[in-house]
Design a protein around this ligand. Sequence first.
Ligand SMILES: *Cc1c(COP(=O)(O)O)cnc(C)c1O
Length: 367
Amino acid sequence: MIPFLDLRKTNLQYSKEIKEAINRVVESGIYIQGDENRLFEEEYSNFIGTRFAIGCGNGLNALSLIFKAYKELGILREGDHVIVPANTYIATILSISGNGLIPILVEPDKDTYQIDSQKIEEAITPQTKAILIVHLYGQCAYTDKIGDICKKHNFILIEDNAQAHGCIIKGRRTGSLGHAAAHSFYPTKNLGAIGDGGAVTTDDPLIATTIRSIANYGSVSKNMFRYKGTNSRLDEIQAAVLRVKLKHLEEDNDRRKHIAKEYIKGIDNINIKLPVISDFDAHVFHQFPILCEKRELLMRHLENKRIYTAIHYPLPPHLQECYREWNHRHYPVTEYIHANELSLPISPVLTQSEVTEIITAINNWEE
Ligand SMILES: *Cc1c(COP(=O)(O)O)cnc(C)c1O
């Protein structure tokens, strides 16, 4: 049996170090905002290449804290437009609408699945103030064109790096490319905790202090509150575990990359479209998304061989009930991807023989 993702096995790789880290926290007597948080923030900002990292409760909180901080600083206002890819995970869009800002959905490129730089320009309005790019499936979404658009119009560039920890483009890591970036450490992510966790990275000291304050009830010093804040802190145990996982992130990502290359080399079936990868550095393969017009049949064929796959994602945000005001709209590229996408297993603990078994099963499938 090949599960889509064996999280237990993933973490058991580092079980001794993880247990030591957890024990250290239990015995320290400090369970919130202690040394583990401080050190993780230091190590993670060094890794990403930003001046600051601020731990928080989860990835959605990280995104929301960024928007809330820009609003508190008067840089964003209610009703401002934020450009975002139409085919992202729901959390990206919730962070915009949840802050009284208007998500402007832009179609992805049909080959890379990343936001289409050409279509961004068409979506700009006088109210546009920010672009939120998402490094979807682990692939860098940033392009020089996006950078130029932001400079030309003075837009804030925010990255959703929930799926792309460790990804590098031209020597820089995703999470350091814009004004601020949100990271999720949900257990299934490339850098996953053993519970919820998130962080914001930025080079901007004002954004960093504002976010730190908002995430701690809005306090600027003990019992003094400047903002109507919230409570979103990275748990000390999760910070300790993440310090262990961060040390091994690159070997895990290398393993994902190796599997992706095997898939690209080995899969040969006219019913399947493989992802187009121009730069293997700029992809950490959070997912390996293939497109197949008979995806349900392929899924069933693989399940019969006890190989399990997943769909990311079955229904795009604009067709969800929570965004019923958009349900009548059409985003054909997004809808095509959502209707045909199938994610193959690509966890770092997948063995060579499992990879071969998956490739053979796919190549032997006739619809
Ligand atoms: C996982 C994810 C999030 C949300 O992260 P949580 O930690 O689950 O809140 C946001 N955006 C994207 C693209 C994600 O994949």
